[in-house]
Design a protein around this ligand. Structure first.
Ligand code: LLP
Length: 385
């Protein structure tokens, strides 16, 4: 990362390395090349920057959306409707209508009232909506409590016990076509064991469905593959081989069955960084604070989940290291990026970079304290812009 690129650019801003994103997409393609029935959708919620979306769409991935707004921008930036899926526990009439108008591939339905509503809206539009049921597989993803989604206590999906009745109801409805099952167990999952457990659970559920004579053309296993936040330079590209192999080996795929994946973080986290500038270095009673111009409004993950983002001083050439709390300017005591973090001796005006911020960074930014939203720079080694 060359600080010269940032001259004259107002901080804070997101920096995206398109070359790394392209290499990541190539790694996904090569890990799935021997499995033409595998279809990868990008979870738009992770990063919806137009250039990022265009690059991912051009690589041939589909889109996984969780709002009408995401469905619209996915279609606008080049994802073809037959590769767009739409999940979410609270889809409104307007959002469902948007997705029906665009004619997306599949609604991932999370409750019976939602199923009835999609049927009614599809009837009004003279359409048949393709639906998959999101099933809660009750699997512990061994990740942060706030990003675990597949346990019985979570709000997502239908309980396994309700699966067959829901499918039977879908088969009765004239404007619904049942196409399969959807799962998502959580995010930032760094071991393969939870994914193997998910595959085993799906195998059990398929047997139940077959005993009932129900054919299931599509299985969507969701997303969740984690990234290396501690040492991003050692692992700029997640281990897609291990991830997809887990499903190749464990999931018992039926003839003509399609398998869908919804990866967000693992696609974009490592290609993005948040770049900020030191406003002041302040000596407190017991602590030394580096106060930067980025805050929890620009990158909320440390304040919200206690997440670690590897942090560098791009400007300092000092050989001495000092221990700092790195904090933002927001009027909240949770607006802290790091406590007791070592940086080379840091001065006002230095550029401070928070790494691995390309997923759930810019998309979660807010205007709290009437702040501006962060800007962005897209960099590609072939084509700096
Ligand atoms: N599919 C569904 C239904 C999801 O809910 C999610 C993420 C994904 C796919 C993509 O998961 P990924 O591959 O990115 O792990 N804001 C949190 C993460 C929330 C994830 C929400 N759902 C964070 O900053 O860690």
């Amino acid at each position: 990362m060359n600080p010269k690129l940032f001259e004259g650019k107002e901080t804070p801003f997101y920096y995206y390395d398109l070359s790394l994103l392209r290499r990541t997409l190539t790694a996904i393609k090569s890990a799935t090349a021997d499995s033409p029935h595998f279809h990868v959708h990008y979870a738009v919620k992770a990063c919806a920057h137009p250039e990022i979306l265009r690059t991912i769409a051009q690589a041939g991935l589909g889109a996984d959306c969780v709002s009408g707004g995401e469905v619209e921008i996915a279609a606008e930036y080049g994802f073809s409707p037959e590769k767009i899926v739409f999940a979410g526990v609270g889809k409104t009439d307007r959002e469902i209508q948007t997705a029906l108008d665009i004619d997306i591939a599949c609604f991932n339905v999370e409750s019976l009232p939602e199923l009835e509503n999609i049927n009614a809206l599809a009837a009004q539009s003279g359409k048949k909506a393709r639906v998959a049921f999101r099933i809660n597989p009750n699997i512990d993803a061994h990740t942060h409590a706030k990003i675990t989604t597949g346990l019985n206590e979570n709000k997502f999906g239908l309980a396994m016990d309700d699966m067959i009745a829901a499918i039977r109801r879908a088969q009765e409805l004239s404007h619904i076509e049942y196409i399969g099952l959807h799962f998502h167990i959580g995010s930032q999952i760094t071991e393969m064991q939870p994914f193997a457990a998910l595959a085993d659970r799906i195998n059990q559920l398929q047997l139940l469905l077959e005993a009932e004579g129900i054919a299931t053309p599509s299985i969507n296993v969701g997303g969740g593959l984690g990234v290396d936040y501690q040492t991003p330079d050692l692992h700029p590209i997640p281990d897609f081989e291990a991830y997809f192999s887990t499903f190749k080996e464990r999931l018992q795929v039926r003839k003509n069955q399609e398998v869908h994946f919804e990866l967000g973080r693992s696609v974009t986290a490592q290609c993005g960084s948040l770049v900020s500038r030191v406003v002041y270095v302040k000596q407190g009673h017991e602590k030394q604070f580096v106060i930067v111009d980025a805050g929890m409004t620009d990158l909320v993950r440390p304040a919200m989940y206690g997440s670690y983002h590897h942090t560098l001083n791009l400007t300092s050439t000092s050989a001495e290291e000092e221990v700092y709390d790195i904090v933002g300017p927001i009027c909240e005591s949770s607006d802290v990026f790091h406590t007791d973090y070592k940086l080379p001796t840091t001065r006002r005006g230095d550029l401070i970079v928070f790494r691995s911020a390309g997923a759930y960074g810019e998309t979660m930014a807010s205007r709290y304290n009437c702040r501006q939203l962060p800007g962005s720079i897209i960099y590609s080694s072939a084509n700096p812009s």
